[in-house]
Ligand binder design. Sequence first.
Ligand SMILES: Cc1cc2nc3c(=O)[nH]c(=O)nc-3n(C[C@H](O)[C@H](O)[C@H](O)COP(=O)(O)OP(=O)(O)OC[C@H]3O[C@@H](n4cnc5c(N)ncnc54)[C@H](O)[C@@H]3O)c2cc1C
Length: 406
Amino acid sequence: MASNPGNVLIVGSGHAGVELAASLRQRGFDGPVTIVGDESALPYQRPPLSKEFLKSASDTGLPLKGETFFPAHQITLQLGMRATRIDRQKREVELEDGTRLSYDHLALATGARNRIPPIPGLDHRSILELRTLQDAQRLNDRLASLRHVTVVGGGFIGLEVAGLLRARDIAVDVIEATPVLMGRVLSSPMSAWFRSFHEQLGTGLHFETLVQGVHRSGSATEVRLSNGRHLHTDAVLIAAGIVPNAELAAEAGLAVDNGIVVDDRLVTSDAAISAMGDCAAYPNIHTGGMTRLESVQNAVDQARCIAARLTGEDRPYDGFPWFWSNQGSARLQIAGLSNGHDGTVLRGDPDGGKFSMFLYRGDRLIAVESINSAADHMMARRLLAARISVPKAVAADVAANLKELM
Ligand SMILES: Cc1cc2nc3c(=O)[nH]c(=O)nc-3n(C[C@H](O)[C@H](O)[C@H](O)COP(=O)(O)OP(=O)(O)OC[C@H]3O[C@@H](n4cnc5c(N)ncnc54)[C@H](O)[C@@H]3O)c2cc1C
């Protein structure tokens, strides 16, 4: 280990925070490492909350590491404790109980929270969210009594939950403000495929529609839509995107713009503070612009990059983005970012539910979206990361072996 960062303090006990602590130890760092997290549960994986967790109705979640991992690696965990202020002059973080923790290096991994649209009549009792284990437990507790759910937002999480609810024969209406599903991340043909897929599951889809109000009377809830329809529902699940938790950084005077701004080494505007994961906006060498990603791959790879820097291997962050989402029987896997694509090539059989869309800018492959085609996805990740393009004719030919391009 070439350098010693001293005492490392991590705020946030999610995917990024835990990975940083684990990677520091894996790389031989033997100084003090502390994680402060405001959730009281042992750090857990978020993706299963809208997937396996809801299917099994188990109430423990899936831990990121076993309980003994943290003491065994001399990682101090302070859970159920919010960091409320950063004193950059003294290099201290103040916690909600007034305790002050000092740091030589501070890593912010504060994640994000759900964006709650300002809907008249929407109160804490009538809404369901899905960000934390507690949210998922609340939803699970209510599942048996639900006959109809209104999902606000046609993004990944809203549609994953819609698929699970339909599998339990619970009626679902998804309210989406834009004309398409998952429009921020998917190509138009893939988005259109999901539209028909969810319609076939029996999910009601309302496009270019807003929820104008929620009215509760006794146990009955009525949702008023901008398309003139009124829905009688048992629960309103808000899945309308997230807001990065950047206030702690902003109040400390760090640069914030759609997340905590970091440079290509994930350092904030203060050299003693890094930021990573859902809360961080970073210069993306693959797209050339500032990006803030919301994925496990991004959180984990950024944490590993910071651990490498703090232990003497300083290199720019060049993680290649990939994502997944399970909706009903469709396993969607995405490699790369589709922003700015101007051409698509279909590979496989959309009607049979097994295919990929290869997305191009000019003749250059920039992303691949796959449905139930794990082999295409794995090859696409390798090719894209190695910056090898796939000729369009090869992409279209399911018999062509992509491995031969490596
Ligand atoms: C239901 C659901 C399903 C998902 N499915 C997928 C998927 O299939 N694939 C995928 O790639 N990604 C998925 N994601 C996204 C993925 O979980 C996130 O990108 C990932 O959790 C980001 O990790 P993080 O460490 O940056 O933030 P988080 O995991 O959000 O952790 C941040 C932690 O910091 C805490 N915190 C915030 N402020 C403070 C403070 N001031 N003091 C102390 N603690 C604080 C938060 O409470 C939280 O515990 C899903 C997310 C959700 C919610």
